[in-house]
Design a protein around this ligand. Sequence first.
Ligand code: SF4
Length: 63
Amino acid sequence: MRVKVDQEKCHGHNRCVALAPDVFDVDDDGLAVVMLDSIPAEQEKKVHRAELACPERAITIEE
Ligand code: SF4
């Protein structure tokens, strides 16, 4: 699984960071970034939760 954040849509709520702190971080502008190229299996559920929780629909998952 791979995941992307569209920073044009991201408003920096940090919900993704709270739900999957090993995958998402925020940059100096307060916008979310993805720290991993490939998501380990044990993180997949958390990433799905983050995608659903993002109010801006800024997170895209590629299976
Ligand atoms: S939850 Fe969505 S809008 Fe909020 S920081 Fe994460 S990607 Fe950005």
